[in-house]
Design a protein around this ligand. Structure first.
Ligand code: CP
Length: 302
């Protein structure tokens, strides 16, 4: 039976830990010819820099070959071809499909149609499971554990697919605490808070965080995503509501790390980049090793 990665909840805690182990192995030795003779389709119906390039680099480092598109305008989707037909075709050509799509649920639908594994590289505001696995690898590397983490999630918690997936994954570990910092219009959706309540996991909601930032182990900043707003005025009201700067990090734990899935716009001032507490560029590098690990796990290469 084929293994897909559509939602972070498709994998068990044991699988998360296996991927962390594989990511460390690929970090120590990134070039391993495990995909030799295989073709991977990279279908990006929505813009991307990190996810697409780190996947494609990972595939190259594993010795595989890549077909696909970075711009759906260059595909027959512009002629009206359905996602169903596109996936049926491509799954005849390739051994694995990595797909990003603006519609929530598109990756799950593709997995139902495809004869080869599908890895979801982000579907609308729903899930971004490969980002979550690289976020977990970054937390593990910097904190030495995935247990007892006080995780501050800041910004667009409503449309932010990365925080949705990360919340679900981290809730599998011992004693997490979540602090959600968002304007009222961008708060964490009810379903995710319910997920925590069902498990007896503590969470707190705030509109400001300067007076509590000293409690954080991880500060996970997010971009307010202009492309998810139907009303531009609503975006204007909230776009610059949280801007983390270096001075704000003075009263934080020595080992706190600032993560961001990137791209950033204004939410992290550039003076943070020189702080030892800034980790977002290392996090993006961890993405390449983690995506080698995810491909290896889905394709059962090791
Ligand atoms: N973090 C992330 O998904 O970045 P891209 O949109 O550049 O892929």
């Amino acid at each position: 039976m084929k293994k897909d990665l559509i939602s972070i909840t498709d994998f068990s805690k044991e699988e998360y830990l296996r991927i962390m182990e594989l990511a460390a192995d690929f970090e120590a030795n990134p070039n391993q010819e495990l995909l030799k003779g295989k073709v991977v389709a990279s279908l990006f119906f929505e813009p991307s820099t990190r996810t697409r390039l780190s996947f494609e680099t990972a595939i190259n480092r594993l010795g595989g070959r890549i077909v696909g598109f970075a711009d759906p305008d260059s595909s027959s989707a512009t002629k009206g071809e359905t996602l169903h037909d596109t996936i049926r075709m491509v799954s005849n050509y390739a051994d694995l499909i990595v797909m990003r799509h603006p519609l929530e649920g598109a990756a799950r639908y593709a997995a139902e149609v495809s004869s080869v594994p599908i890895i979801n590289a982000g579907d609308g505001a729903n899930q971004h499971p490969t980002q979550t696995l690289l976020d977990m690898y970054s937390i593990l590397k910097t904190q030495g554990t995935l247990d007892n983490i006080n995780l501050f999630m800041v910004g667009d918690l409503k449309f932010g697919r990365t925080v949705h997936s990360l919340l679900q994954a981290m809730s599998e570990f011992e004693n997490p605490i979540f602090n959600f910092i968002a304007p009222e219009s961008l708060q964490m959706p009810r379903a995710y808070k319910h997920h925590l309540e069902e498990r007896g996991i503590r969470y707190f909601e705030h509109e400001e965080f300067t007076d509590i930032i000293s409690e954080a182990d991880i500060i996970y900043m997010t971009r307010v995503q202009k492309e998810r707003f139907s009303d531009p005025m609503e975006y204007e009201k909230v776009k610059d509501v949280y801007i983390l700067n270096k001075a704000m990090l003075e009263n934080t734990k020595p080992n706190v790390r600032v993560l961001h899935p990137l791209p950033r716009v204004n939410e992290i001032a550039t003076d943070v980049d020189s702080s030892e507490k800034a980790y977002y560029f290392d996090q993006a590098l961890n993405g390449m090793f983690t995506r080698e690990a995810i491909i290896s796990h889905v394709m059962n290469l090791k």
